[in-house]
Design a protein around this ligand. Structure first.
Ligand SMILES: [Fe+2]
Length: 376
């Protein structure tokens, strides 16, 4: 049996409720274990914790404009690598037309997030249409291909040697955030049966991040039926009903959508701002020292970030204090908007991420300086 060295103290001039009742003119910074689940401390600083005048060395926040990765790849295995570690591999894929082969990931479950475009997915389990905003979970070993009705941009998030799971909803009950009945699964329908031809098909199998090819003299997506509790499934971000409190700024972990072995995927969906005058209305300053934080901006106006547009990705490594940009801090007190309209996908990994070659070609180098000017 082991437990954290954990106690609750109030020292100096301090609030006793996180994210609320800050001493006049102070900036709150959270330092915490286990993402936002473990022991934490909340400091009340006299200056914004991101008000540095210089930032040097290998630790730095990064931002990538993935929309500038314009190479179209006919296979997901040729998609540009953005960030990766031993437990998570994030790629950005531009696809168009019909794939002329099947893909199969033998390294782990794949989560596809469709940023733009729509079309049809054919897989072992049947046929499923897809559109922008869809999360599609492809269990490890699934054979699949896309027929894009218009060009597609998608994130591919591999849970290397692991499976995607749903979070425990705890006090909220099973049907909060999204009901499992909202998960769509492929159908064995006329379109699926119509593609069961006798012509030659290749299956590009990825194992240990190397590709092998199995060739069949027929289309191996030839099931006439199946049963079981494992399948490809899909949910769209518009069907996610985010948690919020009018009196408390909830941590990102409240927006967890999927969990894998060593990372979580959260969805930020439009929600009202907190209305209690004593509650914080923007993300608090924090270190999140146990996790690397990645956010992909899908749609809307990103209220807490300057110069970020849809299709961009930010990467905040562990140990880097961050929080709202200067403009967001100012807007916090203006109350001109009552709700966010942003959709974003957050990927928080327990282990350090490496930046892939393609991502480094579309980096916005000025990101580290974008908090400058927050000094008051
Ligand atoms: Fe963060």
């Amino acid at each position: 049996m082991k437990r954290y060295i954990s106690y609750s103290r109030v020292e100096g001039e301090a609030s006793r409720q996180a994210h609320c009742d800050l001493p006049e003119g102070t900036y709150e910074r959270e330092m915490s274990k286990e993402g936002f689940f473990g022991p934490a401390a909340f400091f009340h600083h006299r200056h914004p914790p991101t008000g540095w005048s210089e930032f040097e060395g290998p630790l730095r926040p990064r931002a990538f404009d993935l929309t500038q990765l314009d190479a179209v790849a006919d296979s997901p295995w040729a998609a540009g690598e953005v960030l990766c570690n031993a437990h998570c591999r994030i790629r950005f894929w531009r696809a168009s037309g019909k794939m002329d082969h099947l893909a199969r990931n033998a390294d782990g479950d794949e989560l596809m997030f469709v940023h733009r475009g729509h079309g049809e997915l054919y897989c072992d389990f049947g046929h499923l249409s897809f559109e922008a905003g869809d999360y599609i979970v492809l269990p490890r070993g699934t054979m699949w291909r896309l027929e894009c009705a218009e060009p597609v941009m998608a994130l591919l998030i591999e849970a290397t040697n692991a499976s995607y799971m749903l979070p425990d909803k705890g006090l909220l009950g099973n049907h909060a955030i999204f009901d499992a009945a909202m998960l769509d699964t492929p159908r064995i329908d006329d379109a699926f049966r119509a593609q069961q031809t006798e012509r030659t098909w290749r299956v590009a199998i990825k194992r240990r991040n190397q590709i092998s090819t199995a060739t069949y003299p027929f289309n191996p997506l030839d099931a006439i039926g199946w049963h079981g509790e494992l399948s490809v499934c899909r949910i769209n971000v518009r069907d996610i009903r985010p948690l919020m409190s009018h009196r408390y700024h909830l941590p990102p972990s409240a927006h967890t959508t999927f969990l894998a072995g060593r990372f979580v995927v959260c969805t930020f969906a439009p929600r009202p701002f907190e209305s209690d005058p004593r509650a914080l209305k923007v993300p608090f300053f924090h270190n999140n020292d146990d996790y690397e934080e990645v956010i992909f901006y899908h749609a809307g106006d990103f209220f807490s970030r300057d110069n970020i547009h849809p299709g961009m990705m930010t990467f905040h490594p562990s140990g880097f204090t961050h929080g709202p940009h200067p403009k967001a801090l100012e807007r916090m007190f203006e109350q001109t908007k009552h709700a966010t309209d942003e959709y974003a996908v957050m990927i928080d990994t327990r282990d350090a991420l490496e930046v892939g070659g393609p991502a480094s070609t579309v980096e916005w180098a000025g990101y580290v300086d974008s908090w400058r000017g927050s000094r008051k």
